[in-house]
Ligand binder design. Structure first.
Ligand SMILES: [Fe+2]
Ligand SMILES: [Fe+2]
Length: 420
């Protein structure tokens, strides 16, 4: 079993050999106790929570199994292709296992297609965006199997989806099943899946580390991370913010964020992409602890400043402070203007904020500065939608939802500065 994400000491042949030496059967695991417990022992709350949480896994496994083929074609080395072929069979095995759980234990039809249709309504906005992007990226990779596209694919598939979203959840779920002593077949399957995923992530980290020595591949991977970040942080928000779906599994949303942040941080470093070199793609302060960063994400999500935008933004001063801190940390220092500039937000329904950009760094603060270089007048909600990339800033300006005044050349440089 891989115990460290720093898989660079392992060769692709080693990773392949580990696949051969750890076989398991999705069809042989006994689910009869699970079926009896589901029917006779689990409470309604437990059933809802298990169905929602594992429903996300079930759909995720289906999508990753269906999108991996172009990665095999695009991989430059034969040894990488051989390993990715084993990964594809693993992902199919995971999807088959979850299909068995959903059909034999939960009783959702008699096929993967039927079970997926029955659980489709459980998918969150963040899930649909993240996995929808993976489906598009897989098609793009088929048309353009370039190293740059492959690097972007590894970032989304292996580092964001597998290492940030799936692996921390798997560990928390295993702990939950063990602690509550329920669903032993599901627990056995999850343990096997976790072992497979560790191997996949080890491959992704290694393959990305090999590619990012080329600056164009490095940029492509980092830009993929920047694109995925707003969806990723919202993937695990339960429907209608019903946190009992998470907490009845024995952990909080912030604990899942913390584990995700910790995992992404370590894998990026192992891939040769430390936080300091991400050009604002991960707009958090790396000097803060993982739990503090998780708390910031939780506060912004709870105030609806990030996420799906289905609820109006709450003017919570602490969360708004975190949002502007994130905006400041999102600048690409390579695109920063050579002189000190001040951007101001003149909100019609909220106190003003501003950002001072100097020496490639940006500092956010409350209030209206004396003579900003550029001022954006708008409703607070409209800016939140732009900042979280749910609203296109150019269209917002055309519709007069965003009204700039001041240095228009600076305005034109903002998309590059913020990597949009
Ligand atoms: Fe998987
Ligand atoms: Fe995987």
């Amino acid at each position: 079993m891989l115990t460290s994400p720093a898989a660079s000491s392992l060769s692709y042949a080693d990773l392949y050999a580990r696949w051969e030496s750890s076989p398991w059967s999705a069809t042989a695991i006994d689910l009869s106790v699970d079926a009896r417990q589901w029917r006779d022992e689990l409470s309604e709350t437990q059933r809802r929570a298990v169905l929602w949480n594992y429903g996300l896994f079930f759909h995720g496994e289906h999508v990753v199994a269906a999108t991996l083929s172009p990665f095999i074609d695009a991989a430059p080395l034969d040894e990488q292709k051989y390993f990715l072929a084993t990964q594809q069979s693993d992902e199919a095995r995971h999807a088959v296992f979850f299909t068995r759980f959903m059909t034999e234990v939960v009783g959702l039809g008699d096929s993967a297609t039927a079970a997926r249709a029955a659980t489709d309504a459980h998918l969150t906005w963040g899930f649909r965006r993240t996995f929808g992007r993976l489906e598009r990226l897989s098609r793009e990779l088929q048309l353009d199997p370039s190293p740059q596209r492959f690097a972007a694919g590894l970032m989304l598939y292996h580092l964001v989806i597998e290492a940030t979203l799936a692996q921390p959840g798997q560990h928390l779920f295993e702990e939950h099943l063990e602690r509550d002593g329920i669903l032993p077949g599901l627990l056995e399957g999850m343990r096997n899946i976790s072992r497979d995923e560790q191997r996949h992530i080890g491959f992704g980290v290694k393959a990305l580390a090999d590619l990012v020595e080329d600056p164009s591949c490095r940029d492509a991977a980092v830009e993929m991370l920047r694109e995925a970040m707003p969806w990723t942080i919202a993937l695990y928000i339960p429907p209608d913010w019903d946190e009992s779906l998470v907490e009845s599994m024995g952990f909080t949303l912030e604990e899942t964020f913390e584990k995700s942040i910790e995992s992404l941080d370590s894998k990026l470093r192992a891939a040769g992409l430390p936080h300091e070199e991400l050009n604002g793609a991960w707009p958090q302060d790396p000097a803060l602890s993982h739990s503090e960063r998780a708390r910031h994400v939780g506060a912004m999500l709870r105030a609806h400043l990030v996420g799906d935008g289905s609820r109006p933004a709450i003017h919570d001063p602490t969360a708004v402070g975190y949002l502007f801190e994130a905006i400041g940390l999102s600048i690409d220092h390579r695109q920063a203007p050579p002189r000190r500039v001040t951007l101001a937000w003149d909100f019609t329904d909220h106190e003003p904020w501003h950002l001072v950009v100097e020496d490639g760094r940006a500092e956010a603060a409350r209030g209206m500065p004396a003579s900003p270089d550029l001022t954006l007048a708008c409703h607070f909600q409209d800016w939140v939608d732009v900042a979280t990339r749910r609203r296109d800033p150019r269209r917002a300006m055309l519709a007069r939802r965003l009204r700039p005044r001041g240095d228009l050349r600076l305005l034109l440089s903002l998309p590059r500065l913020f990597g949009t």
